[in-house]
Design a binder for this molecule. Structure first.
Ligand code: FAD
Length: 475
C-alpha cells in the first residue's frame, strides 16, 4: 500500500545508485526515509540496464579475446561457441543477485521502500502510483530527486523497427547479428560494440566528430583506436547518418561525410548511442519551484539543493558527468545537508572509465581542459612498453600520463590507457584529492611487478629519473 496520510522526513524518488545510496545513508544516520522506484528492488539504470550488465558481457569479451591472443604464446584454443541464451542468463543472474542484495539491505536498514512512480503535487507532497494503478500520497519534509536518465534518440532517425536498438535493448542481446552499425563513438557505443564484435558481429562505428570519445585525451584515445581499428569492421569519423530505412532483413542506412560509404548500406541492427537525456519531465516539477535548465538537467547548487528549498536533485538528472559514482556521492552530500551538517559537492577528481579493451581512465584536470582554460601544466608520461608487468601480460601498448602544477609539482590530473586502467585510476583520484605532488608518489613504494608502478615511474619521469624509461631532465 502507498501510505495515504504518511509523512516522511526524506522522500527519495528513484532507486538508482544516487537514490539508494542517499536512502541507505539517511537510514544509517538515523533519519526517517522513504525510497520510491518502479522496480521490485533498487538498482536503477546502473544495475538493471547499464554499468553492471555491460560489464558482465565485457568480461566475457575479455576472456574470449585473451584466449584468441594466447596463440601468440603458443597456447591454442579452439574458436569459442556462444550459447546466447546462457550468456544472457548469466548476465541476468549477476543483475538479480546484486539487485536482490540491495533489496535485503533496504529492509535491514529500515528504509521504507515503495514500489511505484512518484510525481510532485506540491513542494511538500508526492502522489505515488503503484504498478496495479492504486494511487496514494506521501508528505515529505525534504525530497531528493534521483530519477536518472534515458537513452537519447535522434528524432529523424527513430524508425519503428525492432532492428533499431538503444543501450537497453542492445543489452538484452536477443541474438548475435551478422552486422551492427553503432551510431555515436562515445563510451557506451564503444563498450557495446566491443561486446558484439568479440561475439562475431561485423561492427561499424559512425561518429560525427573527428575522433572517437570526443573530449577525451587524444594520447589515450590513440592507443585504443589502434586496437578498435583491428576489432571493428569500419570506423567512420566526421560522418553523420542521414537516414534509416527499415527493410525485411535489416536497416538500410545513408551516411554523409568524410568516411561515408557511397549509397545506402544494409545492417542487421543499428544501435543508437548518441547520449542520454535527463528524466526531469513528467514528475510534476511544474507544481514546485524546481527549475530545469536548457538540456533538461535540474539546476542545483553546491549542496545539490534545487531552486525549491525543500527539494534536492542528484545523479544523472542533476547534470554531467552522468556516472554512477558521482550520483552516489551527491546523494550522501544531499543527505548530510538535510541532516544539518556542513557539506558541499566539490570534488577535485571524478574518475571516468571507458571499459573497452584497453580501458581508458582519467580523473582531475585533463590536457584539453588545461589548454582551454589557459592553465599551465607540466606533463610526464610513462609508456607501458617499459613496464615489466605489461610485457608479461602481452599488453605493452598502454600509457600513464600525469599533469602537474609547474610551481609545486602537485598532481592535477591523471590519464591512463591500458589493461586494468579502470582499477588503477583510484590511486590517481586519491593523489589529486590529497594534493599529492610528484615526490609523494615517487617516494611511495609500489609493488613489483605491477601496472601500478607505471604511476610511480610517471612521477619519476617528471624529474627525468624513471628507472625503466629514459627521458631527458626538464630544463
Ligand atoms: P538511474 O540509475 O537512472 O536510476 C533512476 C531510477 O529512478 C530508475 O530506477 C527509474 O526507474 C527511477 N524513476 C524514474 N522516474 C521515477 C519516478 N517518477 N518515480 C519513481 N522512480 C522513478 N556509469 C558508471 O559510472 N560506470 C559505468 O560503467 C557505466 N556504464 C553504463 C553503461 C550503460 C549501457 C549505460 C546506459 C549507463 C552506464 N553508466 C555507467 C551510467 C550510469 O548507469 C548512470 O550514471 C547512473 O545509473 C545514474 O544513476 P542515478 O541514480 O542518477 O539514476
Amino acid at each position: 500500500m502507498v501510505p495515504t496520510t504518511n509523512r516522511t522526513k526524506i522522500a527519495v524518488i528513484g532507486g538508482g545508485p544516487g537514490g539508494y545510496a542517499a536512502a541507505f545513508y539517511a537510514a544509517d544516520i538515523g533519519l526517517d526515509v522513504t525510497l520510491i522506484d518502479p522496480e521490485t528492488n533498487p538498482g536503477g539504470v546502473c544495475l538493471y540496464r547499464g554499468c553492471i550488465p555491460s560489464k558482465a558481457y565485457l568480461h566475457v569479451a575479455k576472456v574470449v579475446s585473451e584466449a584468441r591472443e594466447a596463440s601468440h604464446w603458443g597456447v591454442n584454443f579452439a574458436e569459442p561457441h556462444f550459447d546466447i541464451d546462457k550468456l544472457r542468463a548469466w548476465k541476468d543472474d549477476v543483475v538479480g543477485k546484486l539487485t536482490g542484495g540491495l533489496g535485503q539491505l533496504t529492509k535491514q536498514r529500515g528504509v521504507n521502500y515503495v514500489k511505484g512512480v512518484a510525481r510532485f503535487v506540491n513542494s511538500n507532497m508526492l502522489e505515488v502510483k503503484r504498478p496495479n494503478g492504486d494511487t496514494g500520497t506521501l508528505g515529505f519534509e525534504h525530497a531528493i530527486i534521483a530519477t536518472g536518465s534515458d537513452p537519447a534518440m535522434i528524432p529523424s532517425l527513430a524508425v519503428d523497427s525492432p532492428n533499431l536498438l538503444d543501450s537497453t535493448t542492445a543489452l538484452d542481446l536477443p541474438e548475435i547479428p551478422r552486422s551492427l552499425l553503432v551510431i555515436g563513438g562515445g563510451y557506451i557505443g564503444l563498450e557495446l560494440g566491443t561486446v558484439y564484435a568479440t561475439l562475431g558481429t561485423k561492427v561499424t562505428v559512425v561518429e560525427m566528430t573527428s575522433g572517437l570519445l570526443p573530449g577525451v585525451d587524444r594520447d589515450l584515445v590513440a592507443v585504443l583506436k589502434k586496437r578498435l581499428d583491428a576489432l571493428f569492421e569500419n570506423i567512420y569519423l566526421n560522418t553523420t547518418v542521414k537516414g534509416i530505412k527499415p527493410q525485411k532483413n535489416g536497416l538500410k542506412v545513408a551516411m554523409e561525410g568524410e568516411g561515408a560509404p557511397g549509397g545506402e548500406k544494409l545492417f542487421d541492427k543499428v544501435l543508437m548511442s548518441v547520449g542520454r537525456k535527463p528524466r526531469s519531465k513528467e514528475i510534476g516539477l511544474e507544481n514546485t519551484q524546481v527549475k530545469v535548465g536548457e538540456r533538461g538537467f535540474i539546476a542545483v547548487d553546491t549542496e545539490r539543493r534545487t531552486s525549491d528549498p525543500n527539494i534536492f536533485a542528484i545523479g544523472d538528472v542533476a547534470g554531467e558527468p552522468m556516472l554512477a559514482h558521482k550520483a552516489s556521492h551527491e546523494g550522501r552530500v544531499a543527505v548530510d545537508v538535510i541532516a544539518g551538517k556542513s557539506a558541499i559537492f566539490e570534488p577535485k577528481a571524478i574518475p571516468a572509465v571507458v571499459f573497452t579493451d584497453p580501458e581508458i581512465a582519467w580523473c582531475g584536470l585533463t590536457q584539453n581542459e588545461a589548454k582551454a582554460k589557459g592553465i599551465e601544466v607540466n606533463i610526464a608520461k610513462f609508456p607501458w612498453g617499459a613496464s615489466g608487468r605489461a610485457a608479461s601480460l602481452g599488453r605493452a601498448e598502454g600509457l600513464t600520463k600525469l599533469l602537474f602544477e609547474p610551481e609545486t609539482d602537485r598532481i592535477l590530473g591523471v590519464g591512463i590507457v591500458g589493461s586494468g586502467a579502470g582499477e588503477m585510476i583510484a590511486e590517481g583520484v586519491l593523489a589529486v584529492e590529497m594534493a599529492a605532488n610528484a615526490h609523494d608518489i615517487s617516494l611511495s613504494i609500489h609493488p613489483h611487478p605491477t601496472l601500478s608502478e607505471t604511476f610511480m615511474e610517471a612521477a619519476d619521469a617528471l624529474f627525468g629519473s624513471a628507472t625503466h624509461y629514459y627521458r631527458p631532465k626538464r630544463k
